[in-house]
Design a protein around this ligand. Structure first.
Ligand code: SF4
Length: 369
């Protein structure tokens, strides 16, 4: 009976308590949970038949990083000069030209926490890219990178964000959240900017009306309660966003991949369960009653599970993500091209609709091969 009361509240998009959220995450019957989350998705989206997708290109600014995340095979230390790189403008040009041929409209720019690249480097990079390709959106950095750049440049997060936006930053990805719990963070990302810094940077972005997204990487050392608290932190942060500002446009959970990571060496091995992922998507839809878009991360969970997620609360399939290096270096090798992602959406029973970062529809033009 209590379960049905919780489902009724969730269906009405009432804000759920921590206890109720924990019940959903731990005990709720999955079939019923997914059905209620699907009902809520239908109530929230403009067109129930539509699932959105995106074309963008991931480019890594640098792989030099002092954070030492134990789940990351991508980074190298500053002294590992044989592996270290900083992407050059010529390389950006080639990658952007190819992205434009494939119909993309956005760069997802991410990198490590480089100890020497201060804010002037990013201002120069963003303004150069914008002057060369004014039509390309820069979805760039992430809260930990902004906190790091601000710190080594002697700036507040607010001033750093203002300068980055003035140089061309269009929106802030939700990367680097993992699980928003200081204990978990110390265990898996010992030198990364803190949970509080992540929250503070995102809040500043919301006050400035800079569009953002939020993420969760689960399935490593966290407890069920810590997953729930992560979602509640995101929900509370969104509730503090001034009315009418973008805030978090989307929430994207994904599974930790352990292959070859330091966490794996320490005995933390990822055990992917499609049903657990469906539960996370459905619970996210019900707890995050103030975030409109829930994204199925096909890149980390694969086509079939992502399709299931579309019937369990997710309304977006994410990007075909031309060139991804971080999760693929830890064992996620799923791939889609534009035709493939649209077919996957159709096969799941929906109509695909290409969108931009702000979830505005775009016209799809088949790419030059
Ligand atoms: S995940 Fe990002 S912040 Fe962490 S080590 Fe890798 S590059 Fe650095």
């Amino acid at each position: 009976m209590r379960g049905e009361e919780i489902f009724a509240k969730a269906r009405d998009r009432v804000t759920l308590s921590r206890d109720e959220a924990c019940w959903l995450m731990r005990e709720a019957p999955l079939e019923r949970l997914a059905a209620v989350a699907d009902e809520v998705r239908r109530a929230v989206v403009d067109d129930q038949k539509v699932v959105t997708w995106q074309i963008d290109r991931n480019v890594n600014i640098t792989n030099v990083c002092i954070s030492g995340c134990k789940f990351c095979n991508f980074h190298c230390k500053p002294h590992q000069t044989e592996r270290a790189f900083i992407t050059t403008i010529d390389e950006y040009r080639q990658k952007i030209e190819r992205m434009l041929e494939l119909g993309g409209d956005q760069l997802l720019l991410q990198g490590g926490l480089h100890p020497k690249l201060e804010i002037e480097f990013y201002e120069e990079l963003f303004s150069t890219l914008k002057s060369l390709y004014p039509q390309v959106r820069l979805h760039a950095l992430g809260a930990p990178e902004v906190a790091h750049i601000a710190k080594i440049s002697g700036l507040s997060a607010r001033v750093a964000l203002e300068r980055l936006v003035a140089a061309g930053l269009d929106s802030l990805p939700g990367a680097g959240a993992e699980i928003l719990d200081e204990g978990v963070r110390k265990a898996i990302s010992p030198a990364k900017p803190s949970v509080k810094e992540w929250v503070d940077v995102m809040h500043e972005a919301h006050l400035m009306n800079l569009p953002t997204s939020a993420t969760m990487m689960y399935g490593h050392v966290e407890s069920i309660e810590q997953r729930v608290d992560h979602l509640l932190t995101i929900r509370d942060l969104q509730a503090r966003c001034p009315e009418g500002n973008w805030g978090f446009i989307a929430f994207i959970p994904w599974i930790f991949r352990s292959s070859g990571t330091r966490l794996e060496q320490e005995g933390v091995v990822s055990q992917f369960s499609p049903l657990e992922y469906v539960r996370i998507i459905a619970v996210s839809r019900l707890i995050l009653n103030n975030i409109r878009n829930i994204q199925a991360s096909w890149l980390t969970v694969g086509k079939a599970t992502a399709q299931l997620a579309l019937h369990s609360g997710a309304n977006d399939m994410g990007s075909i993500m031309i060139e991804e290096n971080v999760v693929s270096s830890a064992g996620a090798h799923n791939q889609f091209d534009a035709e493939g992602i649209q077919k996957a959406i159709r096969d799941a029973g929906f109509e695909p609709r290409l969108r931009d970062q702000l979830y505005r529809p775009r016209e799809y033009v088949a790419a030059v091969k």
